[in-house]
Design a binder for this molecule. Structure first.
Ligand code: GH3
Ligand code: MG
Ligand code: MG
Length: 421
């Protein structure tokens, strides 16, 4: 028993009743289902009803000939296997049939052995094709059911990818992807700390040299930037190696991380550095100054009688003044200097590479500037500032204590003053 033929269905269209009945018997012995029709009209009707795997048809028939019927069938399914039987070996009919990409023709009278051999080879292809399609569907189903995006690629073209990946890239399938993006590497935007490359080798090298938890790529889509965690495995095929790239969208996570990092280092009200960030910068500057014997000054600034401001104008106005003061200081210090909110209405300024003469000048300018501002378009405040330069035998605490003392002195000496200690 022919196992390939056993799995397929056939539509046999032939107007000659004797021929039809004779072959129907033969076919029924070998095939799963056989439908027979006596002309093109009936043939087409049965085709639509049963969608057989193979159509065998005579050419010359009443009502609708074999070629007309085949044309209509091909419009329904361009991949449909069609085999013609014909007595007119050299005729136009045959040529037209071949034009239609029929899968072949057999001359009449058809030898049963030849017919079975021809059908077996067609059936083999059809079954393999069906099996491949089934496997592809299973694979696609598996890929689409993953929470992460998966791409099967040799880095040149995409063999398979999950629907979620194509959706992200706004393409229908792998063919449209390669038309739009050429290859997979072009979609990974060059970004600091993110993996990108122009060749497969470079990309894999970078990937392998990046610690597991930092294997991140970014994909830019218009103004939208996606951050994705990547993991790559390889599959060795017959002649080439395929890579399974798995991408997890960590954009939101990344944004939250950046936000959390920002919140951890910035003051909620004024937006300038907070005390934690000040400590971090201060530690570095202190060490640097010590190691390279470079001048370093710090200043502590405190709003005068701020309690009265709050009491008179209200807390909201007080907040507004704090914000405007912070912005003003930030705008009026050098890029290399650091200003932070020390707490309440106190601010601290780190001036690297600055000796006491220069830092006093900076503070005087700030003090004068502040006293001339209309805060919230209405209110005037003054500030007292203590300033000091780092000394050779200073500890961090000693250095900070001295600036605090300077500020205390400025307050005692009547406020709206800069005092050096
Ligand atoms: P001095 O000149 O001696 O510094 O007097 P002062 O009133 O500024 O100092 P004091 O330490 O007595 O009061 C500080 C005030 O700063 C009290 C507090 O309500 C106010 N303050 C601290 N943080 C904030 C804030 O975030 N918003 C507002 N609106 N006020 C604040
Ligand atoms: Mg104060
Ligand atoms: Mg104070």
């Amino acid at each position: 028993m022919n196992s390939y033929l056993r799995q397929i269905s056939i539509l046999y269209v032939e107007d000659d009743e004797d021929v039809r009945e004779a072959y129907e018997k033969t076919l029924k012995r070998s095939c799963k289902h056989v439908f027979t029709a006596c002309d093109g009209v009936e043939g087409l009707k049965l085709y639509k009803q049963h969608k057989p795997d193979i159509v065998i048809s005579d050419i010359k028939m009443p009502h609708k000939n074999g070629i007309e019927m085949a044309k209509e069938i091909k419009e329904i399914d361009s991949e449909q296997s069609i085999l013609f039987t014909t007595a007119h070996t050299e005729s136009d009919f045959t040529l037209k049939a071949l034009d239609l990409q029929a899968d072949g023709y057999i001359t009449k009278p058809v030898e049963k052995k030849i017919l079975i051999a021809k059908l077996t080879s067609l059936a083999k292809n059809i079954i393999n094709e069906k099996e491949n399609r089934r496997k592809s569907q299973i694979l696609q189903g598996i890929l689409d059911n993953q929470s992460n995006m998966i791409i099967l690629t040799d880095f040149d073209k995409i063999e398979f990818a999950s629907k979620s990946f194509f959706e992200l890239m706004e393409v229908k399938d792998a063919v449209e992807f390669s038309e739009k993006y050429h290859d997979i590497l072009t979609i990974f935007a060059p970004q600091e700390e993110h993996i990108s490359a122009t060749t497969k080798e470079e990309f894999l090298l970078k990937y392998n040299n990046t610690p597991k938890d930092k294997r991140v790529v970014s994909i830019t889509k218009g103004t939208n930037q996606k951050t994705l965690y990547a993991s790559i495995d390889s599959i060795d095929m017959d002649e080439n190696r395929l890579y399974v790239i798995s991408l997890i969208d960590i954009t939101i996570l990344q944004q939250e991380k950046i936000k959390a990092q920002y919140n951890a280092s910035h003051d909620f009200l004024t937006g300038i550095y907070n005390r934690e960030k000040f400590s971090e910068v201060f530690d570095i500057e202190f060490l640097r100054s010590q190691r390279y014997q470079r001048p370093l000054s710090i200043a502590m600034l405190d709003i005068d009688h701020f309690k009265e401001v709050n009491d008179t104008y209200g807390h909201l106005i007080g907040d507004e003044i704090l914000k405007e003061l912070a912005s003003y200081c930030l705008l009026n210090i050098r890029k290399t200097d650091t200003i932070a909110r020390w707490g309440g209405e106190e601010f601290i300024l780190i001036m690297s590479e600055t000796d006491i003469e220069k830092s006093k000048e900076v503070c005087e300018t700030l003090r004068k500037g502040v006293s001339s501002i209309n805060f919230a378009n209405l209110y005037h405040i003054t500030v007292s500032i203590g300033v000091t330069q780092m000394r050779e035998d200073d500890t961090k605490n000693g250095f900070l204590k001295r600036v605090d003392e300077a500020l205390y002195k400025a307050k005692n000496e009547g406020r709206d003053k800069v005092v050096v200690n």
